[in-house]
Design a protein around this ligand. Structure first.
Ligand code: SF4
Ligand code: SF4
Length: 305
């Protein structure tokens, strides 16, 4: 494929995603005013043969798919090399109103945040389907790993609960951001966002990764300061040691749903307190965003999440 063809493919994909987000009535919090769930996206690409995908397998667990593995499981009759595939990844930023509401919360999510978690994620699912259908119609076989019936949660020795595909890792590989102390992905529009991806048999120009380290945007790891996500967590799931997935999971699964049903009247979960009212909420934070320095030597890096 020539670089011009790759650039045309990138423009096609960008257009599908941006148009759906701006025009679709399904991009909605499904509240009284039918407010939009998400602002305009960031989109990034990575190649199916990017060695990072092998690294994820080594760090997360052997069950974690490379792009080629899930493509091959979905289209077993096609003979495809990893380098013929691209991962298309996107970031859906929460709106300012949703973030404003969640900043005020100290125990449970705001109604808008909970709606973005449930109805916004339904839209994110539709977006994955939209891209798959559109690219398939153009002749490019495509799979959304998170929508595959083969996708599954897995116990990981290193990270307790994991899965066969991680949207955040795909976004990291696709140049869209790096991880934070709380495990969230810090992107140029912050970490108050949702993320999605598909794997397609189309060659797209990989998005440059403007970072060398998987924690590069987190002030705690780079400067030994901040840690503002730690007190934001109502159940103590974030410490200087990182994110305790078990504590977080218990809160999200056992405590939050009852609150949402009682107060907002729908089935839901979510939290996002550590994603809001923190320096990395809406941008890549800088030292100037932290009022009081809490330390001076960056802690030791951990392996990729
Ligand atoms: S709030 Fe601070 S410590 Fe926590 S993820 Fe963001 S930058 Fe890192
Ligand atoms: S999402 Fe999890 S880690 Fe973040 S504040 Fe809520 S319970 Fe804590």
């Amino acid at each position: 494929m020539t670089s011009e063809q790759r650039a045309d493919g990138a423009a096609l994909v960008q257009n599908i995603i941006q148009t759906f987000i701006s025009d679709s009535s399904q991009n909605s919090l499904q509240n009284q005013n039918d407010e939009k769930a998400f602002d305009q996206p960031l989109v990034g690409f990575s190649s199916g043969d990017d060695p990072l995908y092998q690294d994820f397998k080594a760090h997360v667990g052997p069950f974690h798919w490379t792009p080629w593995e899930i493509f091959n499981k979905t289209f077993p009759d096609l003979q495809v090399n990893p380098g013929e595939l691209s991962v298309i990844s996107w970031i859906l930023p929460q709106t300012e109103t949703t973030k404003q509401d969640n900043r005020k919360q100290t125990q449970y999510p705001s109604e808008r945040w909970a709606r973005a978690r449930i109805f916004g994620e339904e839209f994110n699912k539709k977006l994955r389907e939209k891209i798959v259908n559109h690219l398939e119609a153009e002749g490019y076989e495509t799979v959304a790993p998170m929508l595959s019936p083969l996708w599954a949660r897995r116990k990981s020795e290193a990270f307790w609960l994991s899965s066969t595909w991680s949207e955040r890792h795909a976004a990291y590989a696709s140049g869209l951001g790096t991880f934070g102390l709380c495990d969230g992905l810090i992107t140029p529009v912050g970490k108050a966002m949702r993320v999605g991806s598909v794997v397609a048999r189309i060659q797209l120009p990989p998005t440059p990764r403007p970072y060398k380290d998987h924690y590069e945007y987190c002030l705690f790891f780079t400067h030994g300061i901040c840690g503002e996500c730690i007190p934001r967590c109502p159940v103590g799931a974030i410490t200087e040691e990182g994110h305790n997935k078990l504590k977080c999971h218990k809160h999200l699964r056992h405590s939050v749903p009852g609150y949402i049903m009682t107060h907002f009247g729908f089935k839901g979960r979510g939290c996002g307190l550590c994603q809001t009212k923190v320096p990395c909420e809406s941008k890549i934070p800088t030292k100037q965003d932290v009022s009081e320095e809490e330390g001076s030597s960056p802690p030791t890096r951990r392996g990729i999440l």
